[in-house]
Design a protein around this ligand. Structure first.
Ligand SMILES: *[C@@H]1O[C@H](CO)[C@@H](O)[C@H](O)[C@H]1NC(C)=O
Ligand SMILES: *[C@@H]1O[C@H](CO)[C@@H](O)[C@H](O)[C@H]1NC(C)=O
Ligand SMILES: *[C@@H]1O[C@H](CO)[C@@H](O)[C@H](O)[C@H]1NC(C)=O
Ligand SMILES: *[C@@H]1O[C@H](CO)[C@@H](O)[C@H](O)[C@H]1NC(C)=O
Ligand SMILES: *[C@@H]1O[C@H](CO)[C@@H](O)[C@H](O)[C@H]1NC(C)=O
Ligand SMILES: *[C@@H]1O[C@H](CO)[C@@H](O)[C@H](O)[C@H]1NC(C)=O
Ligand SMILES: *[C@@H]1O[C@H](CO)[C@@H](O)[C@H](O)[C@H]1NC(C)=O
Ligand SMILES: *[C@@H]1O[C@H](CO)[C@@H](O)[C@H](O)[C@H]1NC(C)=O
Ligand SMILES: *[C@@H]1O[C@H](CO)[C@@H](O)[C@H](O)[C@H]1NC(C)=O
Ligand SMILES: *[C@@H]1O[C@H](CO)[C@@H](O)[C@H](O)[C@H]1NC(C)=O
Ligand SMILES: *[C@@H]1O[C@H](CO)[C@@H](O)[C@H](O)[C@H]1NC(C)=O
Ligand SMILES: *[C@@H]1O[C@H](CO)[C@@H](O)[C@H](O)[C@H]1NC(C)=O
Length: 791
């Protein structure tokens, strides 16, 4: 210490000084009981990171006794009194119950409490919330509170904002008349959000003139909306939507809220009348939702004054007359929804360079598709379906819409042509295209639309085969495809094998109707197999060998009763043996090799499974325990040699089934294998025990590979019935004893047996009988094992 340098010494002093000043100031800042109440409260809850309610999460990781609690996240205290006055725990992934006895209620000086966006597991809102008499802001939004809202809340006279809304099924309730008390007592409220809260009350009440936000969406309100609501002078957001027993009248005069109102949502409220001119006074309006409001008549000219309007939703009403051309040029407009009305006439002189969404579907618009639509240069979504637009429209009409992502022209009297030039095509940006009943004759104009996700070409005049380029272009994008009611002769084939396809396997593949062959082997597909294979699917061949697929073998494949070939080999599937595939009556080839399949193969409970199976490849997986004797009792096709047996049929499309097999260490793709004989490949698993002699009944077996397993009994296997067995591998097991002689055994070479130290006899060099213990070798025909005896 005495030797320390000047620098060290001054540092030492500094540290002492700081500690002194710090500790002397603590008692003034923070009350000990407040910190322990907070910490206790936190301990009654847990953090569940898997909770997905918010885009961002904040964790109270700093809540910890070794840190001064005044600096804990979300906690604000009063410097003078040392009491916690604000607590913000929104989006903290908190899970647990908010019971009446928890220490939260000891923080009696709170002025602001935000517990929104957590999961309090249907806790009832405790009457003790009424004790926070200083509370100005209370936010319990979307936090899984339920039950009746206690009237004690209405004693929080200072409340300026009260948010109890819920989007979930938890529906907190207000008792009868309580809504009246709420409005009478809480006269300072500026923000009242009870969306989803069951109020079940008439709305004929007085609302505080301080209100800026009034959200009573889906609250089971009824009665007639008092006109005074539209005159609340500071109102910015009014949402009374989805109260289907509510009706109302718009003020005919200037609204007192005209200057302030920004969002007006009255969807589902019954207005029974015209759209009033007075809406034109709402010059701050950004969203106007008057969907399903039972309004009729024309769109008033005064709406042209709404220069800030972005979302103008007037769908599902009885509006009529023509659609005014100025409406497209409203300077802030983003989305115009006028569908399901009675608009008629033509669209003339329209113009806009905004990125518009426009839905005019289901009206009575008529005439030629007007050229002036082309003035909507930056339009992204256009729906004109179910109108009476007529005549020929050339596809070049749309080629200049560089941002078009969705187009629906279905069910007009339009005849889509492509006469000008094949170079004209639809914009590359198109994702959603519906051209039902548009007299489409060919698909060439869609070549450049490579991002299509939803395509409806039903009720058209397409003929011939579905072009390959279309399958290729849309393979990875398409989610829905409707080609019904055309004259196509085929679409039944998707053959994209050995391409360099990357990315998630499209989930739509399972429900492409009419698909017979799905062959995408040797690509780099990832993700899980679609589980959407439908009943009565015509899928005959499924080959996804050599990709990077994960997950389970989809059970819905059991719906594809036409399946003959299933090759899912060389992927990363994790599952047990799919015995249920045995119910496919026509299945001939099943290859699951080189995956992560595991477990023991249990005795099937269904009769006559895999009746037509001729090739079973389970090699390089992790199956354990005994060979599936129960399975070998079925496999009817392997038990007979019938010259009439056919290879999997090709449906006349010329597609050649192929399957990847490994023999003698070489992988080969065998196209149209000779199906007279059967093969079983169990190479490289962890099967153990003996080789059941029932396998001898599989007389059509041509190849049997049991190498690299953990068998230890050879006795009794390979009975004489194995007349056609040409390839047999037992190598690398723990077999002992003498190799049986006779029959075709002399045709197998060393490779069939190597790696079994205890084995001797021809063709191995170790002579049988040289060892005393080998003398018990028995004739191959006499060795019945236990199972066969018990049969
Ligand atoms: C409390 O905070 C200190 C300092 O940040 C840290 O070392 C300690 O592990 C924390 N304790 C808990 C229980 O989080
Ligand atoms: C609160 O009471 C409930 C029973 O009503 C009990 O299960 C819970 O442990 C209590 N919590 C505290 C913090 O005392
Ligand atoms: C919230 O908790 C309830 C019950 O504890 C549970 O049923 C619900 O699924 C949870 N919600 C979320 C989004 O985790
Ligand atoms: C506040 O509401 C309660 C009902 O919870 C009622 O009894 C009381 O009279 C109300 N107070 C005022 C000032 O309106
Ligand atoms: C609304 O308030 C006025 C005075 O502000 C009062 O006379 C009237 O009774 C109130 N109406 C209702 C339904 O509470
Ligand atoms: C709203 O305007 C009407 C006239 O339209 C007026 O009589 C009324 O007092 C105003 N209300 C408020 C709360 O300003
Ligand atoms: C709308 O604006 C025009 C001027 O463009 C004005 O003459 C008219 O009175 C306004 N209408 C309403 C309802 O505000
Ligand atoms: C609009 O509908 C009303 C009846 O609802 C009708 O009287 C009027 O003539 C219609 N206008 C047009 C242009 O069709
Ligand atoms: C609309 O398109 C024009 C070119 O036609 C372009 O200059 C303008 O920036 C686009 N506007 C928007 C909002 O994309
Ligand atoms: C559709 O328009 C044609 C004229 O282009 C007209 O003859 C026909 O009546 C219209 N159909 C409907 C349902 O309005
Ligand atoms: C032969 O078998 C006997 C048991 O039957 C065993 O003790 C002996 O070690 C065996 N000899 C050889 C060489 O394996
Ligand atoms: C070999 O066969 C004889 C009968 O032929 C039988 O008694 C003996 O148990 C058999 N040995 C083995 C090891 O199966």
């Amino acid at each position: 210490m005495l030797n320390m340098s000047y620098g060290q010494f001054s540092f030492f002093l500094l540290v002492c000084f700081c500690q002194l000043s710090f500790s002397s100031s603590i008692p003034h800042l923070c009350h000990k009981d407040q910190s322990s109440a907070l910490l206790k409260f936190k301990k009654t809850l847990t953090v569940d990171p898997s909770l997905v309610l918010c885009n961002f999460y904040y964790y109270t990781s700093s809540w910890n006794m070794s840190i001064d609690f005044c600096s804990w996240d979300g906690v604000i205290w009063d410097e003078m009194t040392g009491y916690v006055i604000e607590l913000d725990l929104s989006c903290n992934s908190l899970v647990g119950k908010i019971d009446s006895n928890i220490s939260l209620f000891q923080l009696s000086h709170l002025q602001s409490l935000d517990l929104s966006m957590n999961n309090f597991s249907y806790s009832h809102i405790s009457p003790k919330f009424g004790r926070f008499s200083s509370l100005i802001h209370l936010n319990l939004r979307n936090s899984y509170f339920s039950g009746q809202i206690p009237s004690e809340i209405f004693h929080l006279y200072k409340l300026q904002s009260l948010l109890l809304s819920t989007s979930y099924d938890t529906v907190p309730k207000l008792a009868t008349h309580d809504f009246r008390f709420l409005l009478q007592n809480l006269t300072l409220l500026r923000v009242l959000d009870l969306r989803g809260v069951s109020i079940s009350s008439a709305i004929t009440l007085n609302f505080s003139s301080h209100l800026t936000t009034l959200v009573l969406r889906k609250s089971e309100l009824y009665g007639v909306i008092p006109e005074s609501i539209f005159h609340l002078p500071k109102l910015e957001i009014l949402d009374l939507s989805s109260n289907y027993k509510l009706s109302g009248y718009f003020p005919k005069t200037k609204w007192n809220s005209s200057a302030s109102l920004i969002d007006l949502n009255l969807q589902g409220v019954n207005f029974c009348g015209n759209l009033p001119e007075s809406l034109g006074y709402l010059t701050s309006l950004r969203t106007l939702f008057l969907v399903l409001c039972n309004i009729w008549g024309p769109i008033p000219e005064s709406l042209s004054n709404l220069t800030r309007i972005e979302y103008l939703f007037l769908a599902d009403n009885f509006l009529n007359g023509t659609i005014p051309s100025w409406i497209f040029s409203l300077p802030s407009l983003i989305d115009l929804e006028l569908s399901n009305n009675h608009f008629s006439g033509q669209l003339e002189d329209i113009k806009s360079d905004s990125r518009l969404f426009i839905d005019l579907s289901n009206n009575q618009l008529q005439g030629n598709l007007p050229k002036s639509i082309q003035n909507l240069v930056n339009i992204t979504n256009l729906d004109l379906s179910f109108n009476n637009f007529s005549r020929n429209v050339d596809v070049s009409f749309f080629s200049d819409f560089k941002h078009l992502s969705s187009l629906d022209l279905s069910y007009n009297s339009i005849s889509l042509t492509n006469e000008n030039n094949v170079n004209f095509s639809l914009p590359e940006s198109l994702v959603y295209l519906q051209l039902a009943a548009c007299e489409v004759k060919e698909l060439e104009f869609l070549r450049s639309a490579k991002k299509l996700e939803d395509l409806d070409l039903s009720n058209n005049k397409l003929q011939g085969i579905f072009p390959d380029w279309a399958s290729c272009n849309w393979m990875f994008s398409l989610r829905t495809l409707n080609l019904s009611h055309n004259m196509l002769t085929s679409m039944e084939l998707i053959y994209l094998a050995r391409n360099n396809l990357k990315g998630e396997i499209p989930q739509c593949l399972g429900n492409i109707s009419g698909l017979e062959v799905l062959d995408m082997h040797h690509n780099s597909l990832t993700g899980t197999l679609p589980n959407t294979f439908r009943f009565r699917s015509s899928l005959r061949s499924l080959n996804l060998n050599g990709n990077k697929l994960e997950g389970k073998i989809p059970q819905s494949l059991a719906n594809c009763k036409e399946l003959q070939v299933v090759d899912l080999g060389d992927n990363h599937l994790i599952d047990i043996f799919p015995m249920w595939l045995g119910t496919l009556p026509k299945l001939q080839i099943l290859s699951l090799r080189s995956n992560e399949l595991h477990g023991s193969i249990r005795t099937p409970t269904i009769e006559n499974i895999f009746p037509n199976l001729r090739m079973l490849d389970l090699s390089s997986n992790s199956f354990i325990e005994n060979l599936p004797t129960g399975l070998f009792q079925h496999l009817k096709a392997m038990r007979t040699i019938c010259q009439a047996m056919n290879a999997p049929s090709d449906g006349g499309d010329g597609y050649q089934d192929s399957v990847n097999i490994v023999t003698k260490g070489l992988e080969r793709e065998v196209v149209r294998i000779l199906f007279l004989y059967a093969t079983i490949d169990f190479l490289n698993n962890k099967f153990e025990g003996h080789i059941p002699s029932i396998m001898g009944d599989l007389i059509a077996l041509r190849m049997l590979n049991l190498s690299h397993n953990e068998f230890n009994h050879l006795v009794g296997v390979i009975p004489a019935q194995f007349s056609s067995l040409a390839v047999l591998y037992f190598s690398y097991n723990h077999l002992e004893g003498c190799i049986p002689q006779g029959n075709q055994f002399h045709t197998f070479d060393n490779n069939s047996y190597v790696g079994n130290d205890g084995l001797s006899g021809f063709p191995l060099s170790k002579v049988c009988g040289s060892d005393d213990n080998d003398t018990e070798t028995n004739d191959t025909t006499s060795g019945l094992d236990d199972e066969e005896i018990s049969e």
